[in-house]
Design a protein around this ligand. Structure first.
Ligand code: PLP
Length: 375
């Protein structure tokens, strides 16, 4: 078995695996399951500091993003796509698929969206049905100040869709205070359950917009209104993946019981960055470092493949490369969720030291020692 240190999927704690092996029920007929689903949704909302309803969707994290766009977009709708990374840009595809007209607001990929610049732009451009923004754009690990960006958009009456799949619970996120209309999460990032579930927390304003559409939502599986209020109705639109939800509940309870979770993510992320810099490695970002994932540039004289392969075959540790326009350029350490312990990251740093040594890459300092010194 590998020690998974990728920015999703992440390690899964034993109590989550055991919860997934519990006896299965018929979720369409079992009243207790409706209550269990409802309480799981409520727990997620409360962990996000939100009164809004959370809906759990049977599908990978991407389903939440698509469902948000499917449910809000009407043909011809202007949608602001705020993008400083690959996930940010890809929202434009969902908008187009459902007939919307994306306007992509781009900023440099090596830094957070500048809120003042966005504010200036919005003064002259604010006729949008909704806007999308990514909390942590995982291929580079850039974090955006969604708690400032969303209230700004909302002040123009623009609904907001936030992809926080790789940020929530590792980063601060007070959904109601930030006035976020739809926030998307997934099971396999900080949450640390296996891949397979998406969830979306939906504001009353977003529900009203969906109810008041002139055209029907052009999807069944990605139609959030079908799941809305399903506990009260005692009816699900499709059979819920019981074992996945059992695992998700256990993972959410782990988060609830972990008072130090956010501070630990921040501490570990800062120490990782400090160690990489001490060693003379180059961080990809100039600012906006997420506490959940760190990307550094592949040093001269080796390749991402060599680093990942050596880490896997000689140290049983899985790191990630990047993809799309960053393919071949970056190595990513996913210090999120269950991965984010001092021991996991220390072992990773030690293995990276040995990997660089065996690949003949000179570093200025030992990563392991520099990590420990910085903690
Ligand atoms: C992982 C992730 C998703 C979900 O993507 P999958 O490819 O389905 O895992 C969505 N958004 C972000 C920012 C992510 O990191």
């Amino acid at each position: 078995m590998y020690r998974i240190m990728t920015p999703g999927p992440t390690q899964v704690r034993e109590n989550v695996r055991l919860a997934r092996s519990r006896e299965c029920t018929n979720p369409d007929l079992d009243k207790d399951f409706f209550l269990f689903y409802r309480d799981t949704c409520r727990l997620i909302s409360s962990l996000l500091d939100s009164q809004n309803e959370t809906l759990i969707l049977g599908g990978e994290g991407i389903l939440g993003l698509e469902a948000a766009c499917a449910s809000l977009t009407e043909p011809g709708d202007p949608v602001l796509v705020i993008a400083n990374g690959i996930f940010g840009e890809s929202f434009a595809d969902f908008v187009k698929i459902y007939g919307g007209k994306p306007e992509v607001y781009t900023a440099g990929d090596q830094e957070s969206i500048d809120v003042d610049e966005l504010a200036q732009y919005l003064q002259g451009h604010h006729d949008f049905t909704y806007a999308t923004v990514v909390h942590c754009d995982t291929p580079t690990g850039v974090k955006n100040a969604v708690e400032q960006i969303c209230p700004l958009l909302k002040s123009y009456g623009i609904l907001t869709v936030v992809d926080s799949v790789s940020a929530m619970f590792g980063e601060q996120l007070h959904v109601d205070a930030a006035q976020i209309d739809l926030v998307c999460g997934g099971s396999q990032k900080v949450v640390s359950a296996p891949p397979g579930l998406a969830f979306v927390t939906v504001s009353e304003d977003a529900k009203a917009a969906m109810r008041n559409r002139k055209t029907p939502i052009a999807s069944f599986y990605a139609n959030l209104m079908l799941l809305e209020g399903c506990c009260a109705k005692g009816w699900f639109p499709y059979t819920m993946p019981v074992s996945d939800i059992n695992g998700l509940r256990a993972a959410m309870e782990n988060i609830r019981d972990d008072a130090d979770i956010r501070a630990r993510h921040e501490r570990i992320a800062a120490a990782v960055r400090s160690a990489l810099c001490e060693a003379g490695l180059e961080l990809f970002l100039k600012n906006g470092y997420a506490s959940t994932v760190t990307a550094f540039c592949v040093p001269d004289g080796t390749t991402d493949r060599e680093i990942l392969d050596t880490m896997q075959t000689e140290h049983n540790i899985m790191l990630a490369d990047s993809f799309g326009k960053y393919a071949g350029q970056l190595i990513r350490i996913g210090h999120m969720g269950e991965n984010a312990t001092e021991e996991n990251v220390r072992e990773t740093m030690r293995a990276l030291d040995q990997t660089f040594e065996s690949l003949g890459v000179q570093t200025g300092a030992g990563l392991e020692q520099a990590f420990l010194d910085a903690l």
